[in-house]
Design a binder for this molecule. Structure first.
Ligand code: CO
Length: 527
């Protein structure tokens, strides 16, 4: 007896000639074809697309897959469907599951795929052409070109999320257009996305409808399966208020980080911060630079992504004719990395490369001794308070911060100033550093004096990268976590960078607002 195989195929948007050869072969070899239906619709479009490629004797099962899927508490309908599929596979039949468009793209198949993991049969997924790809080719409308950023947006997302997407995208694919069409149209218009919008319903099917004049579409003409392709009007950029304005000066914010090759923490901290900067300053183009040569080299080797150094990023901005450049370091202290950054900026300042070149402060810079200046250290302590653990009653919990530190650099004393403020605020927190004067040994002594029972470790760095993952929380004997565990404490490590705390992102945003022209940049107080 043959072994039953499960194949999920994308049948494309409607034209039966847009199936892949692999999908056609799977259909031809199928014993059973499953045409999924939701409760809402009674005809299977996917089946009518696949039909010309199926043998007449192939059995068709039209199963209802409810839209709602909970892996933990499967509904009866899902359980029953799994039972039916399993039975067919165990009987040695080849089962093909149909999906409109592509199986891994907003599809019921994604849940079916998850559901069948461990079913004991081979599972294969065959990609399909999505509606937006077909529309683009059919109507001669490029999806993305050059450096364009494309967002694929289900129109069902919240208005807040949609506003953020509209602020940072060059081109859009909008799907699941539904009842709130009028509201959606107004938002697109506001952000300059209405002029080139093309809306297509039932793409590639005989009843295909094309609306080239987006502004005159009536809400009742819009069906759930409509897709909109659009790009931002070239002369319009969004503003904080969301009202389109004509671009004049070319302005950029260069976010300069040490960088990290740990992708997850980079996404959770640096990407997020840069995105928030872009949303907060929509008439600036937010660019990235990493100061660490090692990190840049590793990202290039491992991910094939080239990240600019500060020098390279500034060169490109100059070549591209930017008028105003604001550099915001994401560093914690004005240490070595910060010095390297200001050195790089000096050249551009002296050459008059930009009409305006500004620099924002790192997290810890001003002490607030000068009238009109805030105390960065106290603000950092306040931000930190939002992420401190709740102490269980009767248990002595103490927090150790892992700062990076910069041994021998004058700015290393920023960590002492931070510690002073933590103590003033009466917080049970000790600042130690990896490479600075405040050592882990001192933290251990402090814990003893404090008679701590439970210890929470957290990085005082933008990202939870190498230092946090290895030196702080790694499994090796000499990690902070291992040493403290060995010493009898109940230890927890918080593997989140400061960038994951909205209060710290807010500080960076504030420092952008308070950036000063480069020449007038006074050295930070702790230097
Ligand atoms: Co380091």
């Amino acid at each position: 007896m043959s072994i039953g195989k499960f194949t999920g195929i994308g049948v494309g948007p409607g034209d039966p000639e847009l199936l892949t050869l692999k999908a056609v072969r799977a259909l031809h070899e199928a014993d059973v074809v499953i045409a999924p239906r939701t409760e809402k619709r009674d005809d299977s479009i996917a089946l009518s697309i696949a039909r010309p490629h199926m043998r007449s004797e192939t059995e068709v099962l039209e199963l209802i897959f409810p839209m709602v899927y909970h892996a933990e508490s499967l509904s009866d309908a899902w359980k029953e469907n799994r039972r039916i599929i399993q039975q067919r596979l165990d009987a040695g039949q080849n089962v093909v599951f149909l999906t409109l468009g592509d199986p891994m793209f907003y599809s019921t198949y994604i849940y079916v795929f998850e559901l069948l993991q461990g079913c004991g049969h081979p599972i294969e997924t065959v990609p399909g052409v999505t509606a937006f790809c077909a529309i683009a080719s059919h109507h001669g409308m490029p999806i993305v070109e050059g450096d364009d950023v494309l967002s694929v947006v289900p129109a069902t997302i919240s208005p807040e999320k949609l506003e953020k997407v509209l602020a940072v995208s060059d081109r859009l694919v909008l799907m699941k257009i539904s009842r709130k069409f009028e509201e959606l149209r107004q938002r697109l218009q506001k952000h300059g996305f209405a002029d080139h919008a093309l809306m297509v319903s039932k793409c590639g099917q005989p009843e295909e409808e094309v609306h080239e004049d987006f502004l005159s579409v009536r809400a009742e003409e819009v069906t759930y399966l409509s897709t909109i392709l659009t790009r931002r009007n070239q002369s319009v950029s969004a503003t904080a208020s969301g009202v389109g304005v004509i671009k004049n000066a070319k302005k950029a914010i260069l976010a300069v980080s040490f960088g990290t090759s740990v992708v997850a923490t980079r996404v959770a901290n640096i990407d997020l911060l840069e995105r928030e900067l872009q949303v907060a300053y929509p008439d600036y183009e937010v660019r990235r630079a990493f100061t660490s040569k090692t990190v840049r080299a590793r990202i290039a080797a491992e991910e094939g992504i080239k990240v600019d150094s500060a020098q390279e990023a500034l060169e490109r901005l100059q070549q591209e004719g930017f008028d105003e450049v604001l550099v915001q370091p994401t560093h914690i202290i004005p240490g070595e990395e910060y010095d390297r950054l200001t050195e790089a900026m000096m050249e551009f300042h002296q050459n008059g490369a930009f009409a305006s070149l500004k620099l924002g402060r790192p997290i810890l810079c001003q002490e607030g001794n000068v009238p009109g200046q805030v105390d960065d250290f106290m603000i950092a302590v306040e931000a930190l308070q939002t992420q401190l653990p709740v102490c269980a009653e009767g248990e002595r919990t103490r927090v150790i911060l892992m700062g990076h530190g910069s041994g021998g650099h004058v700015a290393d004393r920023c960590y002492d100033l931070l510690q002073e403020r933590l103590e003033t605020a009466g917080l049970p927190v000790f600042t130690a550093t990896v490479e600075g004067a405040r050592t882990f040994e001192e933290a251990v002594e402090w814990l003893e004096r404090e008679q701590a029972e439970r210890v929470v470790l957290m990085p005082f760095m933008l990202v939870a990268g190498d230092h946090a993952l290895n030196d702080m929380a790694g499994p090796e004997e000499d990690s902070w976590q291992s040493q403290l565990t060995e010493a009898g404490y109940r230890v927890e490590s918080v593997l989140r960078g400061l960038g994951e705390n909205p209060a710290f992102r807010k500080i960076y945003l504030q420092h952008v607002t308070e950036a000063v022209p480069f020449a007038e940049t006074a050295a930070c107080d702790c230097k």
